[in-house]
Design a protein around this ligand. Structure first.
Ligand SMILES: Cc1ncc(COP(=O)(O)OP(=O)(O)O)c(N)n1
Ligand code: TZP
Ligand code: MG
Length: 210
């Protein structure tokens, strides 16, 4: 599938109390093309149950499901994977998940990390945080200039992440982001209808710059 558009990422605090499935479905209805299941709890049984439910939802909407951090869970479900710099080897994950799996890697604000991710078989590279992030305030800061340089040098999709909202997303797309990954500005909402409205608005930014 083409990796372009809104990349929604779940958060177990924002999506507690029965919100996970309705809010994710709203994001998919609003046009999210990729969904990352990001759950830092050690509750394996719950993680498996939720990831299976998300796989069913994503299949229904023709969206890709990506598991954060956990190559074994991604392999078990036959879905994609996102790995940070301390989450294990991309090359090992590629060997485990096969040629077709979507596998992404965090590259913070460093082009050499992206070049290494490409060599190890990544499907996309992610830079950020680009703005102040509620979810991960300590992530290293990346710039629009870095994004533009990466776009010129790399042949694979680039994901921008970190503090992205409806007011600051457009320049990231203009300067080379294939996808924008969003947690707080998408899911910190009072209703599923509001999540859908936001997802639609994020997705429309890509149509304007097709
Ligand atoms: C699309 C995307 N980009 C970056 C990250 C961050 O990954 P990581 O650095 O491993 O941090 P955690 O998300 O695991 O806290 C991501 N998850 N997704
Ligand atoms: C996981 C991650 N990696 C860098 S910033 C970030 C958090 C993104 O969340 P938000 O969209 O709420 O800033
Ligand atoms: Mg990680």
């Amino acid at each position: 599938m083409k990796l372009r558009g809104l990349y929604a990422i779940t958060d177990s605090q924002l999506l507690a109390d029965g919100k996970l499935l309705p809010y994710v479905e709203a994001a998919l209805n609003g046009g999210a093309r990729v969904l990352q299941y990001r759950d830092k709890s050690g509750d394996e049984a719950r993680r498996l149950r939720q990831a299976e439910a998300l796989r069913e939802l994503c299949n229904r909407y023709g969206a890709a499901l990506i598991i954060n951090d956990d190559a074994e869970l991604a392999a078990r479900l036959g879905v994609g994977l996102h790995l940070g710099q301390d989450d294990g080897s991309l090359a090992v994950a590629r060997a485990l998940l096969g040629r077709k799996a979507i596998i992404g890697g965090t590259c913070h604000a460093q082009l050499p990390l992206a070049e290494q991710a490409v060599r190890e078989g990544a499907s996309y590279v992610a830079f950020g945080r680009f703005f102040n992030s509620n979810t991960k305030p300590g992530a290293p800061a990346a710039t629009l200039d870095l994004l533009e340089t990466a776009r010129a040098r790399l042949q694979l999709p680039i994901v921008a992440i970190g503090g992205i909202d409806l007011h600051n997303a457009a320049p990231l797309i203009e300067r080379g982001a294939s996808m924008i990954a969003v947690i707080h500005a998408l899911f910190a909402a009072n209703s599923a209808a509001e999540v859908e409205r936001r997802a639609r608005a994020f997705s429309a930014l890509f149509e304007q710059q097709a």
